[in-house]
Every structure is written in C-alpha cells, then in structure tokens.
Design a binder for this molecule. Sequence first.
Ligand code: ITT
Length: 201
Amino acid sequence: MVSASRPRLLIATSNPGKLVEMRELLAETPWEIVGLPSDAPDFEETGLTFAENARDKALYRSLLTDVPVVADDSGLVIDALGGEPGVHSARYLDPDMAQGDRNRAVLTKLAGLAPEERTARFICHLVLAYRGEIVHETEGTCEGRIAEEERGRTGFGYDPIFLVPELELTFAEISPAEKDARSHRGEAARALASFLPDWRP
Ligand code: ITT
C-alpha cells in the first residue's frame, strides 16, 4: 500500500538552533518540516519590530518556493538596556562577534545591577506565509532575568545568560524539552501548531 506523502513546511531560518527547536515543537503536526537549502540567499532585516521582520522574512522566502513557509523573528529585550538588543539580537554590538563574547559584553554592561534591575524577556514572532501572502501569525513571550554569569551548555544564543526565575536556572542549564515547555518559541509554535491542522495550501 502506498501511503500519502506528508505536506512540507519550510522553516525559513539560517539559525540551526531555531530549526532544531521548531522541528521538535511541530513534530506532532501532519507536516514534514524542512529547512532552507544551503545556498539560500541571505535576507537583510530592516524592520523596527519582531512582527515586521518576521512578516518581511516570511513573504520574501515564500516567493522563492511553492512550499508554505514559517519565519521566526525573535530576540532578547533587556529593560536596563532600554529594550536592546531587541530586533538587533543576532548582530548586537558587532556582527562578527562570537556569541560567547556578545553574552559576556551584555554581562559587563549590567555589572553591579541588582537582580530586580536585570529583568528581560525573550520574544518570538512566527509568520506562516504561502506564495506571497500571510496566512497566520503567532507570538510568544518568556519573562526572565539576566544572570550574573554565563551558565550551562544547552541551547544557543543568549541561553547561557537568561535565567528562568522560578527555576533559578538558565535556558542553557535545562533540557531542550524543558526549554520548549517554557520558551517564547514554544508558546508561539504551540499556537501555530493548533492552527496548522485546519489549513491546507
Ligand atoms: P534567521 O533570521 O535566519 O531566522 P537569526 O539568528 O538571524 O536567523 P533573528 O534575526 O530572529 O534570527 O535573531 C534572533 C537572535 O535572537 C538569535 O540569533 C539569538 O541570538 C537570539 N535568540 C532568539 N531566540 C533565542 C533563544 O531561544 N535562545 C537564545 N537566543 C535566542
């Protein structure tokens, strides 16, 4: 018996950490999750908000393929830095900086601040687009605090300096499943997953 092939959904990100998380978060949907081809052109983000950037990325990628596309724009908003790095998270301070150096530079900027002055949140905006049209959008937020030092080895990006207050552990000290259960991307992806079964291109 020949089984029907699953419809494909392209996660349009060049960030391997995001792709790993999205694959896991959408694993229970009927969709086969695929990543960008290695020769996909870069996309320059110019928006002022996560929503704007996610829409721009999704629309751009959706015009280059027949497969429905999900784009993720996300980042870390630190109150004591006036909301920075925010939409600049991926390239904050110096685009060529290694992420570990970027994390340590953020810690230096916050040196001496008490825990209650170190509040921060991760935000993730997801946009599903198909052939140049936006189909659905979701957003997730995760409130936390910037740690005093880097801790842990899991995850990616700013995870080693982002403390989950109720655990007093960073995102890099908990398992991927625990991060997915609490994270900004987890919240946004679960909302998308509940929309996907009812939609067909
Ligand atoms: P794409 O645009 O190709 O998806 P990107 O990494 O450039 O990849 P963004 O412009 O959305 O994506 O930047 C998001 C940055 O925010 C990312 O590079 C991380 O530094 C940070 N970030 C987002 N989600 C994160 C998470 O769950 N854990 C740690 N850092 C995260």
